[in-house]
Design a protein around this ligand. Structure first.
Ligand SMILES: C[S@@+](CC[C@H](N)C(=O)[O-])C[C@H]1O[C@@H](n2cnc3c(N)ncnc32)[C@H](O)[C@@H]1O
Length: 269
């Protein structure tokens, strides 16, 4: 997202861009050793999901943290429910390696979730996922697939940032006349409808988190620090970044930056 070249116009790429999912993996990989120290919202949400898992009557069958990264969610669930053993799936080896190791730790599985779930998760009793579904292509189809793979009585525990996030960033980009380079996030109503096709919703909340981010560049660096800078929107040139920065705090952008997070707890009937 933050370009290193000094050019102010957009040079034509010398080689074609790699597929989006490969760029996502490369970004997370390069930030793997900083992830745990910088992922504050993700840590808070993982804690909340772990807490929500505590009273659930979860039967036997495979269980997994999908897009587990370093395992913030798997660890939170283990804290609240030491009886549950979760497989940690991710396509980023470097992040999986940052997670807990050893015989007590939940098992890691290197897996690209854009290919659906691995066969060993058929008839799952718990599919948990936090801040990962938005990276998949397309999120609502993957979510419906997850629902289809749960056993009768199996649980989905999900948190995912949605499209109402970052309105202030969009408005600043519009005022600055530069492209919005954030990730295209899924629409919450579409995800809710996809989940309802297979599952009964026990909890469905659209949470709002706001944080003061008075300057554009430190915020964009924050995204980069956890490897979450890949987007379909490309990169801004230095000149565009300066324009974005100059328009960041005008008008409605003086409001704090907001994340909309869809939180679902749902059961397969
Ligand atoms: C923001 S991190 C969230 C990690 C963890 N769930 C947490 O809450 O800290 C997004 C995760 O999704 C993973 N991810 C993105 N695309 C993926 C894919 N196609 N297959 C598997 N994992 C993917 C990334 O590697 C990363 O670990």
């Amino acid at each position: 997202m933050v370009e290193t070249s000094r050019a102010s116009t957009r040079p034509a790429p010398a080689t074609p861009d790699p597929p989006f999912s490969e760029r996502v993996r490369a970004c997370f990989s390069s930030a793997a050793n900083r992830y745990e120290g910088s992922a504050r919202i993700q840590r808070a949400i993982a804690w909340r999901l772990g807490h929500l898992c505590r009273p659930l009557p979860i039967g036997p069958g495979p269980r997994a943290d999908l897009g587990a990264g370093t395992g913030l969610l798997a660890r939170s669930i283990a804290l609240h429910r030491p009886d549950l053993d979760l497989l940690r799936l991710d396509n980023c080896q470097a992040l999986l390696e940052q997670g807990p190791q050893g015989s007590d730790a939940s098992a890691p599985l290197l897996w690209d979730l854009n290919s659906g779930l691995p066969p060993q998760l058929g008839g799952a009793s718990l599919l948990a996922s936090s801040f990962a579904l938005q990276w998949l292509e397309p999120p609502r189809t993957q979510l419906e697939h997850w629902g289809s793979q749960l056993a009768k009585g199996g649980w989905l525990l999900l948190a995912v940032p949605c499209a109402a996030s970052f309105q202030q960033w969009r408005q600043a980009a519009e005022r600055a006349g530069v492209p919005f380079t954030g990730l295209t996030l899924p629409q919450a109503p579409e995800l809710i409808a996809a989940a309802e096709r297979r599952l009964q919703l026990v909890r469905c909340q659209r949470l709002r988190f706001s944080r003061r981010r008075p300057q554009a560049l430190p915020f964009l660096r924050e995204l980069k620090a956890i490897g979450a800078q890949a987007s379909q929107g490309g990169q801004l040139t230095r000149a565009e970044l300066r324009r974005l920065q100059a328009h960041w705090m005008e008008g409605p952008s003086e409001r704090p930056l907001e994340w909309e997070v869809l939180l679902l707890v749902a059961r397969k009937p």
